[in-house]
Design a protein around this ligand. Structure first.
Ligand SMILES: [Zn+2]
Length: 232
């Protein structure tokens, strides 16, 4: 998959999912000078479970200031759809219709060549709500009426809890030699960065790229599931 001259859009339920699932792609897009837009769906105040306690709290403003450092360094554009504390981690309570319309409008204003969605069977209720809304937003409509998104991918996540479907990758990005950048990007989200054995620790994200790499015979890779692809 060549990223050069491509317009890429990532739909990220929260500020950090884009790094956890697509950090390698964001890093490669930056090196290849691809155009990248990240559409965050919600950010707000949340209870924080860090390495020592369960009673911490992270504010929206903290996460946005962390995001600004990442977007400045990796040179991408972004927007956050909902910043109200009352919606954060409650996307499952919004009418899907509202989420579908907002995601649909954004996709067709950006007109991406490659669009990436969160994992459909995440245990996180926001991730599942975003995935199902995005699928409806991407329903087939004649291309003469609305530009068709030719490649739709679903990105990996380390939150293995196999009560639903497990992630089945079938398309990979070789990031050998650059895998440590994923941990580096995650460290910018200081409020979200965790140590082992948290699934989203920088070390675990790098370990996952090595496991995915072995699946395609390289040292490190990021994995996705192809949901739709058009060959021209
Ligand atoms: Zn999330």
């Amino acid at each position: 998959m060549k990223l050069k001259n491509k317009k890429i859009m990532i739909i990220s339920p929260h500020l950090d999912d884009e790094i956890i699932g697509c950090g390698g792609l964001i890093d490669k897009a930056f090196r290849d000078k691809a155009e990248l837009f990240i559409f965050y769906i919600t950010s707000g105040k949340a209870r924080n479970i860090d390495n020592n306690k369960v009673d911490g709290e992270t504010k929206h403003e903290t996460r946005v200031s962390e995001l600004k450092k990442i977007s400045d360094k990796w040179n991408f554009k972004w927007e956050i759809l909902y910043t109200e504390d009352s919606i954060f981690l409650k996307l499952d309570t919004l009418p899907q219709r509202e989420l579908i319309d907002k995601i649909e409008d954004k996709i067709y204003s950006i007109k991406p060549d490659i669009l990436l969605l969160p994992f459909k069977d995440s245990y996180n209720q926001d991730h599942r709500a975003v995935f199902t809304a995005a699928i409806a937003a991407l329903r087939p409509i004649p291309a003469k009426i609305r530009q068709f998104v030719p490649m739709v991918l679903m990105y990996d996540e380390p939150y293995t809890w196999s009560v639903g479907d497990i992630f089945k990758p079938n398309i990979y990005l070789d990031i050998s030699g650059f895998e440590e950048n994923k941990a580096k990007m995650m460290s910018y989200y200081a409020s979200q960065d965790r140590q082992d054995p948290f699934p989203r620790s920088g070390n675990n994200l790098v370990r996952m790229t090595r496991i995915r790499g072995a699946e395609i015979g390289v040292m490190a890779a990021e994995a996705y599931t192809l949901l739709r692809g058009v060959i021209n």
